[in-house]
Structure formats: C-alpha cells, structure tokens
Ligand binder design. Sequence first.
Ligand SMILES: Cc1cc2nc3c(=O)[nH]c(=O)nc-3n(C[C@H](O)[C@H](O)[C@H](O)COP(=O)(O)OP(=O)(O)OC[C@H]3O[C@@H](n4cnc5c(N)ncnc54)[C@H](O)[C@@H]3O)c2cc1C
Length: 510
Amino acid sequence: MSQKLTNIKIRLDENLDEIVERHVPNYSSYRILRKSIDARKRHELREVYSLEVFEQNEQASNPDFSLEKAKTQPPQKPIIIGSGPAGLFAALRFVERGVPCVLLERGKECAQRMLKINRYWRYGELDPDNNVCYGEGGAGLYSDGKLITRIKSEFIPYVLDRLIQFGAPEEIRYLSNPHVGSDRIRRVIPKLREFLKEKGCEIHFETKVEKILAKNNKIIGCESKDGRSFHSEDIILATGHSANDMFYHLEDIGVFMEQKPFAVGLRIEHPQTKINKIQYRDFHDHPKLGSANYKLTWNSPDKSTGVYSFCMCPGGLILSSGTETNGVVSNGMSNYRRNSPFANAAIVVSVDPGKNSSDKFSGLKWRENLEQKAFQKVQKNSGSKELPAQRVTDFLRQKVGQVDKGSCPSGASAVDFNQLLPKEICENLKEALSSFDKKMPGFVDNDVQLFGVESRTSCPVRITRDKESLESLSHSGLYPTGEGAGYAGGITSAAVDGIKVAEKIIEKYL
Ligand SMILES: Cc1cc2nc3c(=O)[nH]c(=O)nc-3n(C[C@H](O)[C@H](O)[C@H](O)COP(=O)(O)OP(=O)(O)OC[C@H]3O[C@@H](n4cnc5c(N)ncnc54)[C@H](O)[C@@H]3O)c2cc1C
C-alpha cells in the first residue's frame, strides 16, 4: 500500500530521496503531490513536500481522465465564440465527449498573432483583432501562464492534465504556484488546436462575430462581420473581458446584464534581485530557488476599500496590452524560466464606479475613459506606443521625474499618475504602498517604477446566467462563459468554466 507523507520540510542542501528513505525504508518510488517554499524564517528556508510513497512492487499510476462519449447529440453543433481558455476548454470537452462543435475566433492563429503584437509594441500599430488580448489563445495565450486559482473545482486536475498532454511542464501538477510561461503556452495552443480539429471541432479564425441571432429570446445562431451565418441553438459566448463591442450588441438585443465592481491601479516593477533579497534573505542567490514572488494586501481602516497585488510576474516583462487605438493598458507576463532581471505585479484598488448609476455600462465607460486619458498623457509627451510611467518615490511626492524603459518592450513615458487616476484611488495606493514597504522593506525605493494603467484585471459587467442551467437569464441557448461573462478571473477558472458549460449543454440533451 502506498503511503502519504505530508508536510515534509527539507533544507535546500538536503536530498529528498534520503529523507523519503528515512520515512519509508526500501521504498521503490514516490510521487510529489505538492511542493512549496517556506521562507518565513530568515536562516531556515525550507522546501515543503507532500508525497505518495510506493513500496517494492508498487508503481505510481497516472490519474485516469478519460471521458465517456455523450449518449445523445445536440440537434446542431454548439457554437463557441472566442478561443481563450474558456472557449478552448469548452471545445476540448465537447470533442472528448464525442460532440462536434464550431469555434469562431476574431483573431489569427497564434504565430501570426504574435507578429501583429510585435508591431504594436514596436510601432504603436494596434490590430483590433490581434493583440495581447485577442487572437488564438485569448488573453491567456500571451499571459504569464500562472495557473493558480482561488476556485475549487473537480475539473482543475483535468485542466492541468490536458495542458501537460499538450506540452506544459509536468510540475504544474504539484507546484503550489503552477506556471507555464508565455513561451511554453504559445507552444501548447497549436497542439491543442490540431487535436480539436482532428476530433471534430470546426475552427474559423478571422471570424469576428458581430450579431447574436435570436427569435423570441431563443438563440438560433450568429453572424460574422463578413456576413457569414452560423446556425445553432446553443452558443457559448466566451469573448473575454475586453469585448466592449459585444457587450453593446448584447444590450441592443436585450440580453440581461448587470454591472459589477472591479479593480484598477498600476503595475509596479522592481529589480528581481531586490525581491529575491527581501523574500529569500540569506538564500537570495541559492541556485535551487527561482525568482521570488510576493502577495500583498491592505485594507482601509474602515474596511471599505481593499488594495492588493495581483498577477505577480517574477522575472517578467511589463506589456502594453490594450485593445483600442485610443487607450493604453498595462499588464505583465513571464517566460517559463522567469529570467528577466525584473519583477512586476499589479497593485490594484477595488472600485465600483457604477454603484449609483442606472447605466449598466457606467463602469465600462469609466474604464474606457481612464485608458484614453492615459493614452492622451503619452501623446502629450509626443509618444504613441509607450506606457505611462513614474518612479514610485515620485508618485508619493507628486512629481514628474525621469523614467526608464524597464522591461517594457514599448518603452515608458513620464507622467504623474496623481494627475491621471482619481484622487481617492491614489490615496489608497499610497497608503497601501507604505504598508507594503513595512512588510517588505525596500518595496518602495528609488529604483522602483510604476506603469499604467492596470484596468483590465476583471470585467465591469456580468452577463448574468441561471445558476442551474448556466444559460443567460434572458436568452435560452446563450451561455455566457469565462471572464467576460463575469464567471472567471484567470486562466484556470476560465478553462473550468468552459468545461462546466460544455457539460451543461451535453446534459441538456440527455
Ligand atoms: C498579459 C496578460 C497576462 C495574464 N496573466 C495571467 C496569468 O498569469 N494567470 C492567469 O490566471 N491569468 C492571467 N491573465 C488573465 C487571463 O488571461 C484571463 O483571465 C483569461 O484569458 C480569460 O479567459 P477567457 O477565455 O474568459 O477570455 P479571453 O482569454 O479574453 O478570450 C476571449 C477570446 O474571444 C475572442 N473574441 C472576442 N470578441 C470576439 C468576437 N466578437 N468574435 C470572435 N471572437 C472574439 C478574443 O479574440 C479572444 O481570443 C493575463 C492576462 C493578460 C492580458
């Protein structure tokens, strides 16, 4: 019988095999179930493991995620709009359950999409269909590929297993902070696409859906920008949190939506060595430890506002990741090795600008306005492709000073964020920064820079769905899915949501 060993703490110079031998003499093999780093004590940094250890004549067997074929087919192939993690995993679930489907994506295949992204960073030429948020793979494709999620779902191990099958590193199964890296995610997606095509998913790239077609509030299909019609009684709408045009169209046809709170702020960039020193102290340059990360939160004394770090990218790059020609947005990513000399993270404040408004798009418009103001500041400095930036110490002093490009491929343009972000947001950010500096001394320093604006951490709108059927509250057959619908906040949760919705459609026809 295999044995579970939990909370095994080892020093960096210790050998795990020897430790296991001490616990289970003559073991034959072991499987790592969980691995994390405990860096709380200055002189005693430890690796922490949970293991399943096998005795002689026993072997670790891989978990079985094979799926049963659906017993009944939908009358028409379900249509999925958007090939981000939600759309791709909905399609994967369908084909693995033997249900052919159609996937419509406004952008190009990922290799061609990359060329367009590079032109944006280099020359400021934004392609509205192929950018850091749009194109094959969705926002997830260009992202850091951190798979950590706060949701609990039986589908998470399946998501990780399939990512590994298509080329993600095996270690994502057990690391407490699983990470694929932009470079590797970009290799996973084409393999997933070929698998989908082979198993019965019809994929149409460069097909921007402009109209959802409904009769008496029942979905009958959709129409693309170039006038092609696609017919189905089931549409999974997985267009992400940036698809403002889709939100406005849904409003025109009477789809029920609500506004919701979201978060905005700035992205902070430190030299990675500084973060390593703060977090790993005596062990900051130990070869076994990669680039260190952090997670920080602050609450206003009356608990009405929260400020927190989000999407922390150790050894990463800061990206200009807007989708509109007249606005700028910051975000972050890192490659598998996390080996850039910089660490970045969003520092965001929870906001609810539409709280007292009857216009459900007031949050969306507020976000658009902020991104446009940020772009105008860059233009005022004679820039076009740069991200607005400011030293953190200058931000605290309300002064425009010199800025560096840092890791940002588009460059940086000096602004005073106090003039750009609402006063209340700046005050909360400043309080939070000084609290973070107490928790991590050196967090606020002259070599630390802010970039902006970090406005797309989550969606200001929810396309509300029925809790049981997962269909839109107003339109049967319409399945709002993933981050754009307000039901996910990252790669893993979006993928899980796609699977949940695909399963719901299969179940409907049983
Ligand atoms: C730079 C960056 C880094 C990130 N890093 C991480 C990270 O490390 N970890 C993490 O968990 N999350 C990260 N995220 C967030 C994560 O990528 C999203 O949460 C996730 O991709 C949401 O998945 P989704 O499928 O719901 O939507 P999206 O990924 O946004 O996909 C939507 C898709 O729909 C397509 N589309 C939009 N409109 C239409 C239309 N009208 N017709 C046809 N197609 C359309 C788009 O082209 C796109 O492919 C990052 C995001 C960015 C931008």
